[in-house]
Design a protein around this ligand. Structure first.
Ligand code: KIV
Ligand code: ZN
Length: 559
């Protein structure tokens, strides 16, 4: 790398567009989507999809709701040709889906493409040639602008000439000035205007003008300026569908497309999860769900992203990264304590407000359930996590509704273990640690039997408990206005009482005959005022409470 004065690379020119309007626009409707998974996506794979994999992907793309699907480059190879024939001959193309095929503006390739399309009900023939100064100079050996424009015109003319013989197929035309993103905008518009003329594009039968960000050379605002300027330059705007096709070299494929839509484009080409040449094509899933979380229906069925991802990963042999927006394994997961607390509060509030209330959960732009992600992924516990997250998992997965004041105590014990282990704790491990440290503890004091009887007149209750304490079995007795109170008195009668009962609450876990009660008790140790929490679990609510006292007592003896 160079440092200081960098001479190897230069800045990229901006667009002179003083009255640009796109920055004030918002995206308020879904564009026409065109998936290029089976062409741009496929051509970038180390092992391209075979015909059956392409068929499976094609069918999934139809199920997702794509109405335009670029299925390949039939003149480029026998496999590509055979795949086009497979879709047509097996009758796999739904009536409301148009297949699109790519071809360079070269005669023999265009003719072969038309052969591949025989028998199709409708199709888009997508012709392209490269127009940028760099491509003109390097790839086309200093070709002039006129020569480049002529290539486009000749290609379009040949397509028009071949249309009558293909009358059984409803064919529309798409033209791409490839490398648009580094072409002079007025030249791109000039070439496109010439192609429009040749094709006789009208408002009723518009041409698709696809303006690729073939390589990302600049920031997305410049691409948006180019789109707005291009639209202002073409004379017959209504006779064209303006299409975007962005790649991701600078990591801003999504941003370029979004700003391009704000600049007036009608259509978007891209792939699932951004597969495609180099850093990939635009990720359609992200743009669609970005719209969705602003309340705009993207008109794509993305409700089950995990199953879409499974087919995608199997067919392409690519993997969706863990941080991939909306689809990655970790994108709805919070490890950090403060995030977990905020999410938990948001989810609790949502439960109170009801499922139809607008989504307002901190740190989560959409409800994970809308894309088929489960809530289990939201809060995961490691050393960065806090008490709220642990309480959330114990509640969600095991039904323990810990009193808020108990959270710090449980969080401290489990957080310390997570810290020591230096790895994530599973929900099962969290439960095991909670039970081992707080529930039905039996050492040094173990409850063996517990009976109560009313103590004659008044409200008093008498209890008789059989306990093991420091290796000795004893029967202890006490009276109080409830079982817990009576039991505390019984302990006191032995001279072991060194605490004051502070807090008690209980709730049922589960329903019907299988239900148990969970009780939580806090005591404060008389010697130093320190608080200890314990939990009791039993089918009897009374016994759950007594076991909670024993657990808290035992904790106070250990620490
Ligand atoms: O990225 C690109 O420019 C392309 C064209 C062929 C449309 O894929
Ligand atoms: Zn491309």
């Amino acid at each position: 790398m160079q440092h200081g004065k960098i001479t190897k690379y230069g800045s990229f020119p901006t667009i002179d567009l003083p009255n640009r309007v796109w920055p004030n626009k918002t995206i308020d409707r879904s564009p026409i989507w065109c998936s290029v998974d089976l062409r741009d996506g496929n051509q970038s794979l180390a092992i391209p999809m075979n015909i059956e994999e392409k068929v499976e992907m094609f069918q999934m793309l139809c199920e997702i709701g794509f109405k335009e699907i670029e299925i390949g480059f039939p003149s480029a190879s026998e496999t590509e040709y055979a795949f086009t024939r497979t879709l047509i001959e097996r009758g796999l193309i739904p009536d409301d889906v148009t297949i699109q095929v790519l071809v360079q503006c070269r005669e023999h390739l265009i003719r072969r493409t038309f052969e591949a399309l025989k028998g199709a009900k409708k199709a888009i023939v997508h012709i392209y040639n490269s127009t940028s100064p760099l491509q003109r100079r390097v790839t086309f050996n200093n070709a002039s602008k006129e020569q480049i424009k002529q290539i486009a015109i000749d290609g379009a003319r040949l397509v028009m000439d071949l249309l009558p013989a293909a009358a059984g197929t409803d064919i529309r035309i798409e033209y791409s000035p490839e490398s648009f993103s580094d072409t002079e905008v007025d030249f791109a518009a000039e070439v496109c205007e010439a192609v429009m003329e040749v094709c006789g594009a009208t408002r009723e039968r518009p041409i698709i003008l696809n303006l690729p960000e073939t390589v990302q050379w600049t920031t997305p605002n410049v691409y948006a300026d180019m789109i707005e300027k291009f639209i202002s330059l073409i004379p017959n705007r209504e006779a064209a569908i303006i299409s975007l096709h962005t790649h991701n070299d600078r990591g801003t494929g999504v941003a370029s497309t979004e700003l391009g839509l704000m600049a007036g484009a009608d259509r978007v080409e891209g792939t699932l999860f951004g597969n495609g040449e180099r850093t990939g094509n635009l990720d359609i899933v992200t743009v669609a769900l970005n719209m969705y979380c602003h309340g705009v229906d993207p008109q794509l069925r993305l409700d089950n992203l995990p199953s879409i991802r499974e087919v995608y990963e199997r067919c392409t042999r690519m993997t969706v990264p863990e941080r991939q927006p909306y689809a990655g394994d970790l994108v709805f997961t919070a490890f950090s304590g403060s995030h977990q607390d905020a999410i938990k509060k948001g989810m609790d509030l949502r439960r109170l407000e009801g499922g139809n209330a607008p989504w307002h959960v901190p740190y989560l732009t959409i409800d994970p359930a809308d894309v088929g992600a489960n809530y289990e992924a939201i809060i995961r516990i490691n050393s960065q996590s806090g008490k709220g997250g642990i309480a959330y998992i114990l509640n969600r997965d095991f039904g323990f509704d810990l009193p808020k004041l108990m959270h710090p105590s449980v969080g401290e014990v489990i957080g310390e273990i997570a810290d020591r282990r230096g790895q994530e704790l599973s929900s099962k491990e969290i439960n095991e640690l909670f039970v081992a440290n707080f529930v039905n503890l039996s050492s040094p004091l173990e409850l063996r039997d517990f009976q109560t009887a009313t103590a004659g007149k008044g409200v008093l209750l008498r209890c008789r408990a059989t306990v093991m304490y420091q290796g000795r079995q004893l029967v202890i007795e006490g009276e109080g206005n409830g079982p817990i109170n009576a039991f505390v008195k019984a302990i006191h009668s032995q001279g072991w009482k060194n605490f004051t009962l502070r807090d008690y609450r209980s709730h049922a876990i589960g329903t019907g005959s299988a239900s148990e009660s969970a009780s939580y008790v806090s005591i404060s140790r008389d010697s130093d005022g320190k608080t200890f929490w314990g939990c009791g679990l039993d089918t009897s609510i009374d016994l759950a409470g007594i076991k909670a006292v024993v657990s808290a007592f035992n904790r106070s003896r250990k620490i």
